[in-house]
Design a protein around this ligand. Structure first.
Ligand code: PMP
Length: 423
């Protein structure tokens, strides 16, 4: 039996604003320091309203799965249990299923990565890989350098481990090498060790841009010269609309780059299978960290994905996603040009997102409740900055709604913006 602590008296302790808001939580004083850094992401808070059918959600990053061959996948799933049930339903290796790790090499070869199956660690989505890398490297107060803006889910992990995130600006060609050089130099001059550079080089979440071919080797070289590891997070790399995938940062430097991949966007997120490829010694630490967190990734999910890769035409599936999302991107940028010409936005050539800058003086975070009342949702830019800046931006996703709904959503958004300008 666990004994309950006596509830914290309303007047006791040092009154902090965090405490004042959560006084009813009798465990408040028991939480670890890191727990106070954990917050619900702005996206999560939105989900409840954004998922109402009358709201056009341009907020979430859910892939559009309706085109998946569900009948064939049902057969694959049934065969997994019928033919390999005893393995699929059993505990497995902490590093992940060996057959799947070999198949992952084929997927990564499309981005110029050559590796050995031993270099791969299978994780529960690439989100778990982000957690493991951060757990293995970050002490409270350590520096992570990350793009401005950065994926909200990565910032959440960095915050949970009490990292200090220093942002480096990007432009339409991705992370700016000169800015990276300057940031790493001034951090070193201030005696602060940067533990890693976090980057999403392809079809960035939220900015939609990609690091140009010219900049890729430059970024790797700068990081190497400063002795900084690169954490390359790449769930969207195969989803280019008009071009083949570009070489991964990892293809320029096997010793200095940890690469994260995922089946969430190129196949389906429900199986929760991602992976990390890391230098040998780091890989061993990641496996230990993963074993202590989850013992092993799900065998059932790994075998289902492995069967899908070997029995279905996954390359055609990726191609059909690319076509589907290209059509939606066209609908999004077309509608923005028609209805919101006073804003500016990135035109992504792959992935799920466009990054919109509002007309001068508007605040995407303040405006959000009025947008939801007008039945359209987005993610305010503040979610993607460690310090909560970015109020003049919003992320619009074009992955899930149909082109027609996207156009309707942008129309609604434009009317909210114009009402806002008259306020
Ligand atoms: N990294 C980025 C940049 C993402 O956008 C996402 C999902 N939105 C993830 C990692 C996590 O994906 P998963 O855990 O489903 O592989």
């Amino acid at each position: 039996m666990t004994s309950q602590p006596s509830p914290r008296p309303e007047t006791s302790g040092t009154p902090t604003s965090a405490a004042a808001g959560t006084r009813l939580d009798p465990w408040l004083d028991a939480y670890a320091d890191r727990t106070h850094g954990m917050r619900a992401s702005e996206i999560r808070a939105l989900f409840a309203v954004a998922n109402r059918p009358e709201v056009v959600s341009l907020a979430g990053g859910m892939p559009f799965l309706d085109g998946l061959p569900l009948d064939s996948l049902a057969q694959v799933a049934a065969q997994v249990v019928a033919q390999r049930g005893l393995q699929a339903l059993q505990y497995g290796s902490g590093q992940g299923d060996e057959t799947l790790r070999e198949q992952i090499l084929e997927v990564m070869a499309l981005e110029g990565i050559s590796a050995h199956p031993d270099d791969v660690v299978v994780t529960t989505g690439s989100q778990q890989a982000l957690d493991l890398v951060t757990r293995v490297f970050i002490n409270p107060g350590d520096v992570v350098v990350a793009e401005a803006p950065s994926y909200v889910g990565a910032l959440g992990v960095f915050r949970a481990y009490q990292a200090d995130v220093v942002h480096v600006p990007i432009d339409e060609h991705g992370l700016i090498p000169a800015a990276l050089e300057e940031t790493l130099t001034s951090l070193a001059a201030a005696g602060r060790q940067t533990k890693f550079l976090y980057t999403v080089p392809n079809f960035h979440n939220p900015a939609g841009v990609s690091v140009s071919l010219e900049r890729r080797p430059q970024i790797v070289e700068i990081a190497r010269r400063h002795g900084v590891l690169v954490l390359e997070d790449n769930p969207y790399g195969l989803l280019g609309f008009d071009r083949d995938p570009w070489p991964a940062l990892r293809s320029y430097d096997e010793d200095g780059v940890i690469y994260l991949g995922s089946f969430s966007k190129t196949f389906a997120p429900g199986y929760r299978v991602g992976w990390a490829v890391a230098p040998h010694a780091v890989r061993e630490k990641l496996v230990l960290a993963s074993e202590s967190a989850i013992l092993c990734p799900s065998n059932a999910s790994q075998i289902a994905i492995s069967s899908y890769l070997s029995t279905c035409d996954w390359r055609s599936q990726v191609k059909s996603y690319r076509e589907l999302y290209r059509e939606r991107r066209d609908a999004m940028v077309g509608a923005l040009a028609e209805h919101l010409p006073e804003a500016s936005w990135t035109v992504p050539d792959g992935g799920f997102y466009t990054w919109v800058r509002l007309p001068e003086g508007l605040d995407a975070k303040d405006m959000l409740p009025r947008a939801v009342t007008a039945r359209v949702a987005y993610v305010p830019g503040t979610a993607f900055y460690f310090d909560g800046t970015g109020r003049d931006h919003m992320r619009l996703s074009f992955c899930y709604p149909t082109p027609e709904r996207i156009r309707e959503g942008v129309r609604r958004l434009a009317s909210v913006v114009s009402a806002e300008r008259e306020l």
